[in-house]
Design a protein around this ligand. Structure first.
Ligand SMILES: Cc1ncc(COP(=O)(O)O)c(C=O)c1O
Length: 375
């Protein structure tokens, strides 16, 4: 057995990160006022093909900031997928609004667009599609629904840096889109996030709210007209983000390459299922996720996870459905009804090692352990 330990994901920092961070530190610009914040905002928003970028301290607050800038609040409902990371739901709750859940599509694992309209009421104000694991949602269908019902769209693109749908980057299909730069993301700042928008008003509002509603145009007179948040990103984090954005396409290629290799090596193993790419899109393969059909594979998901652990291969479970979260039940969300696809994913799926710099040899080894364990 190989001694190597295969972690689920480690950051890949092979560009100008150290140089830019040292520059920030040695010049004393370590708060959010330093030049790397603007550089990162400009570089990343233009990478997405969007006019403005507003850097913040993580992806969760990026989503909250977007909700605040759009005026979402008490009495409103916001449609989100039941299969997502909890931050999507919490961002809605922070405003006093209520998240309403829609099950995942069994092939793409993204929000099931056929089930969105049945959840729309007179209180619905927005839809938050999540590009799950880097797979773009069916944005044509979602934009049509939003237009018909006069709803905002906020893309949760936390996992999908550089992914494209019909030739356009995700982040460019919504009123405001939100990214996370957590350490496992294809582009990282350690902790960090960004809102991107083409709309000058939302840009201004996001900047206003993220900086405790200091008067954006006038003198710093410590008079605050609204309740704001301190969601600023430091220049040190932005220095890392700027260096990472310089190489964003390289990292995207590496992750997509890994994704293709996992599919190649596991394609003939019965009972190992992959997410299907959305039509006309480019899935950036943020996390390599498989679902086990125990009848065909001959072992359960949990037996396979234990076996991989014995072979020094780390894995992670998938999100649990929003409708069973005690926090959201206590908050008063409607948690009745069934979410069978989400439940199937969380009961049978898991992440495999997915760092950008995995080699083909690494992936071939991991896949052979999975293959040899099938019965
Ligand atoms: C879909 C989704 N939304 C939001 C977030 C929140 O981002 P962060 O961890 O940077 O707060 C994540 C984090 O991974 C995520 O996967």
């Amino acid at each position: 057995m190989s001694d190597k330990v295969y972690r689920v994901c480690e950051p890949f920092l092979n560009g100008n990160e150290t140089k830019y961070v040292m520059d920030a530190v040695s010049t004393g610009w370590i708060s959010s006022s330093g030049a790397y914040v603007n550089k990162f905002e400009e570089a990343f928003s233009s990478y997405c093909g969007v006019k403005h970028g507003i850097a913040v301290c993580n992806g969760t607050v990026a989503l909250h900031l977007a909700m605040a800038a759009l005026g979402i609040g008490k009495g409103d409902e916001v449609i989100i997928p039941s299969f997502t990371m909890i931050a999507t739901a919490f961002a809605v709750c922070y405003t006093g609004a209520v998240p309403v859940f829609v099950d995942a599509d069994k092939d793409t694992w993204n929000i099931d667009v056929k089930k969105i309209e049945e959840k729309i009421t007179s209180k619905t104000k927005a839809i938050i599609p999540v590009h799950v694991f880097g797979n773009p949602c069916d944005m044509s269908a979602i934009c049509d629904i939003a237009k018909r019902h006069n709803l905002f769209i906020v893309e949760d693109a936390a996992e999908a840096h550089g992914a494209t749908y019909k030739g356009r980057k995700v982040g460019s299909f919504s009123d405001i889109a939100c990214f996370s730069f957590f350490a496992n993301k294809n582009v990282t700042t350690g902790e960090g996030g960004m809102c991107v928008t083409d709309d000058d008003r939302y840009d201004k509002l996001c900047r206003y709210y993220k900086n405790v509603c200091f008067n954006p145009d006038g003198p710093r007179d410590y008079m605050h007209q609204d309740i704001g948040f301190n969601y600023r990103m430091s220049n040190i984090h932005a220095a890392i983000g700027f260096a990472q954005t310089e190489k964003a396409d390289e990292y995207k290629k590496m992750r997509m390459g890994n994704h293709a290799l996992y599919k190649k090596y596991l394609s003939d193993v019965p009972g190992v299922l992959f997410q299907k790419d959305e039509q006309d899109s480019e899935n950036v393969g943020w996390m390599n996720t498989i679902v086990i059909d125990p009848d065909k594979y001959g072992r359960t998901r949990d037996e396979l996870i234990a076996h991989l652990k014995d072979n020094n291969i780390d894995t992670r479970l998938l999100f649990k459905s929003m409708h069973i979260q005690p926090s959201l039940i206590k908050y008063g969300c409607d948690c009745s009804g069934g979410y069978p696809v989400t439940e199937w994913l969380s009961e049978n799926g898991f992440y495999l090692p997915s760092a950008s710099d995995l080699t083909e040899e690494d992936i071939a080894h991991i896949c052979s352990v999975i293959k040899d364990f099938a019965r």
